[in-house]
Design a protein around this ligand. Sequence first.
Ligand SMILES: Cc1cc2nc3c(=O)[nH]c(=O)nc-3n(C[C@H](O)[C@H](O)[C@H](O)COP(=O)(O)OP(=O)(O)OC[C@H]3O[C@@H](n4cnc5c(N)ncnc54)[C@H](O)[C@@H]3O)c2cc1C
Ligand code: SF4
Length: 483
Amino acid sequence: MSGDIADFVVVGSGAAGATAALVLAEAGHEVAVVEEGPAVGDRDRGLGSSEAFLRLFRDQGTQVAMGRSVIPILQGRCLGGTTVVNGAIVWRLPEDAYERCFGVAGAREHVPYRALLEKMDRIERDLSIAPAPDRLLGGNGTLMKVGAERLGWAAHAIRRNVVDCRGSGRCLEACPTRRKRSMETTYLPRAASLGARLLPGHEVHQIETSAGAAVAVSGRTSTGAPFRIAARRGVVLAASAIQSPCILARSGIGPREHVGAHFHAHPGTAVSGIYRDPVRIWEGATQSYEVDEFRPQGFKIEVVGLPVELAGVRMPGRGEDFQRAMRDYGHMAVWGVQVRAEAQGTVSPLGRRAHIRYTPTRADMVTFREGVKRLCELHFAAGAVRVYPGVHGGPDALTSPDEIERLDKLPLDPRDWSLIASHLFGTCRMGASDRDGVVGWDGAAHHARRLWVLDASVFPGNLGVNPQHTIMALAMHLAERIA
Ligand SMILES: Cc1cc2nc3c(=O)[nH]c(=O)nc-3n(C[C@H](O)[C@H](O)[C@H](O)COP(=O)(O)OP(=O)(O)OC[C@H]3O[C@@H](n4cnc5c(N)ncnc54)[C@H](O)[C@@H]3O)c2cc1C
Ligand code: SF4
């Protein structure tokens, strides 16, 4: 690579961008990976949620979707993207999820299920993916296992991308001991060893086109200096389901009716249970165990190891009542429900930020109500003495499983719920032509040559399982074709 030019400029260094950069570098191309966020040093790791939000998350963790309610949209913003701050859950794509997301005419042919599974085989080897052993379940995971076994629900230890995990429950703060095999410890250094140039602190504002083809990206560095990097062979956009459509819109690349439309998500909420014996939620893998029983109904239950400052958000009460409730932190298990929501929202640029519009549908809220009921049932089956459903307008606490039926009356207004979303899709979706989507089945933009979008924004539908594995597999499949 010479000067500010490369064969391929990859925008974004998360699950998709890092994978694409590695594949292109392995094929012998000169690659520049342009990342808005900073490089992650050892001094940035394991410093608690507030510091993690400040250093590693987009908008310091304040990004939200506006709609009937305000829903936090969490994303990483650093070299390695959201993989640096995620829970290390790796879901091998089940066939039913493939069918739901990619099972449309065209996608099936160009993104075959078998091809994605082959890529997943490689990723599983590269990232040392294996189920969490019993010693890493911690009190939080062990209780979920006990509850699920008593209820006879399908459940299992979570498969994770870690090596020699110490079970410190801090994956969401960037693993302090670098045990998590996220992109900044795996594919990015490997791509760099093959000559790829990693450029943290470079925020792309625009993709430049000439005669209908992408020729360069331009923007500003974290010190405010303008930069421009030319692309001999093309630009690979992998800035996520929120930022990729914003970059296309700012660059005037359409089709306008699809760029930023069809925004899908898995919003989630959590329910805490208090147990007679200590749970010590801070011990064990951050996310160690999950219940698969209700995927056909559109939701999935997971252990969520939350630090005290975030666990507090799930507790009712104010002042002394709240303080009294928080004394139970050492006896608290926190479990979440992720919903495969049918709602679709929109994403558009608002200055340098994203304007996200999103409101779960009534059917989504009915699924949430069912999910929270099941979480309460699970806590009581595991031996909880008190459970906090966490929905405004419903009971603050339940003390017996006989009370669960009170939750049938939980309000369905999203404003009464504390929701959050971190699995995001669809805003530059694939489609046969520009009448259906932004890119073709090969990830190539319909409205610009030599421009590909490879991240979660291209998913044609909602996935329903934790997405990082599928995002990497799809990026690998498409990048091999580009290479
Ligand atoms: C707290 C949390 C926990 C999660 N846990 C899991 C889990 O356990 N398992 C799982 O499967 N999924 C999990 N996810 C989701 C998963 O990590 C993401 O779906 C995945 O990383 C998305 O991949 P991506 O490549 O599309 O985007 P990202 O990984 O978000 O990468 C996009 C990158 O592009 C950069 N970028 C954006 N705009 C620009 C610009 N203008 N110029 C330059 N660079 C730019 C961003 O800074 C970012 O680094 C979690 C997410 C969160 C927030
Ligand atoms: S649970 Fe394991 S992977 Fe996660 S932060 Fe702790 S040591 Fe790292």
